[in-house]
Design a binder for this molecule. Structure first.
Ligand code: HEC
Ligand code: HEC
Length: 292
């Protein structure tokens, strides 16, 4: 009797493991094909003049859009994560130094990356939030490109990206934005210039940088990755609804909420939000408050 039960348990367990292996093999193959896929888009350029106003606007944008969080303050790139389950995620060296962008990386290539989410060869950029940068106005995108092209070259060769099993499965289930290229409406024309008056419209434009974690409607949700806290609702319905504009600005500058909670920069990038101007934060506040 016992022998029979053991035998059947063995068969059932064995079949489950076999099925899981087949499922993983399928997922892995699917992700591999999406990584290899080549996209073509009509080449586009932007007028990227190196004038001082554009460069300083670019520098500000690179800080508030989180480019420096991932690519480093000097834009020389870095290994973001390295672990057996997640793999190795590497943000590229964006300078012209060794290991950086090739000498023939043109403004058109920059636009391809920021607007369409693909590299020079047309292959998907992994984890690079191009689904957010694609919403930049042409003017802001030009400012970012001008600034990035102007930084000092840094020699820093980086290891290649390796997508680990957990990331493959999460990307397959659409729980992680591994392929921003797939999320972009590529036919949508770029907005030339955006509202620069403090208010809801400007806030909505800027809050694209929050939506990756807080969700498109800013109502929060599940943790962005295993091991992170749930993401709070930052509309009227959440704590933010009870805060004054000054308290909101104070929170995004110091990471300390009016309820006395110190937010960790690893979970909520307040060192990035600290760099927004008062006008920008006031606009984001107004936008958050406008969402029922
Ligand atoms: C969440 C982290 C993250 C943020 C934020 C981020 N990047 Fe990236 N970026 C990456 C990663 C990772 C790659 C490498 C993608 C690859 O090689 O598949 C990358 C690649 C790039 C590339 C393509 C380089 C190439 O080899 O073609 C450019 C250009 C770029 N980023 C510019 C920017 C700019 C400008 C910003 C800010 C507006 C920015 N990135 C914000 C993670 C990030
Ligand atoms: C990388 C993901 C990420 C991004 C990007 C991000 N947040 Fe957060 N934010 C979080 C997480 C996670 C928390 C909760 C942290 C905790 O509980 O410790 C949080 C907390 C907050 C809080 C505190 C809310 C409360 O109820 O106490 C505010 C306000 C906030 N974020 C605003 C913003 C704004 C505005 C932006 C864009 C300019 C932004 N966040 C961008 C992940 C993010």
């Amino acid at each position: 009797m016992i022998k029979k039960i053991l035998k059947w348990t063995g068969i059932v367990l064995g079949s489950v493991i076999l099925l899981l292996c087949l499922a993983y093999f399928y997922v892995s193959h699917n992700i591999g094909q999406r990584m290899e896929k080549k996209y073509t888009f009509a080449p586009e350029s932007l007028d990227v003049s190196q004038d001082q106003a554009l460069l300083s606007r670019g520098k500000h944008l690179v800080a508030i859009k989180g480019c420096t969080d991932c690519h480093g303050t000097d834009l020389s790139g870095k290994v973001l994560v390295e672990d057996g389950a997640l793999g190795r995620l590497v943000a590229a060296n964006l300078t012209k130094g060794q290991g950086g962008l090739p000498a023939n990386y043109t403004t058109t290539d920059w636009v391809k990356a920021l607007r369409h989410g693909v590299d020079k060869n047309g292959q998907a950029l992994l984890f690079m939030p191009s689904h957010e940068t694609t919403l930049l106005s042409a003017q802001d995108m030009a400012a970012i490109i001008a600034y990035c092209q102007s930084v000092e070259p840094v020699n820093k060769p980086l290891p290649a990206i390796e997508v680990g099993p957990v990331v493959k499965v999460m990307a397959y289930l659409d729980k992680m934005p591994l392929f921003p290229v797939e999320k972009i409406d590529h036919g949508k024309p770029m907005v030339t210039q955006v509202d620069t008056v403090e208010g809801v419209a400007m806030g909505k434009y800027l809050a694209v940088a929050c939506s990756g974690c807080h969700g498109n409607n800013l109502k929060g949700g599940d943790p962005v990755a295993p091991g992170y806290p749930p993401v709070p609702n930052i509309t009227q319905a959440g704590h933010v609804g009870k805060w004054t504009q000054a308290q909101f600005i104070q929170t995004l500058r110091t990471g300390k909420t009016p309820e006395g909670k110190q937010l960790s920069n690893d979970n909520m990038p307040w060192k990035m939000t600290a760099q927004y101007t008062d006008k920008e934060l006031a606009s984001i506040y107004k936008y958050c408050q406008s969402i029922q």
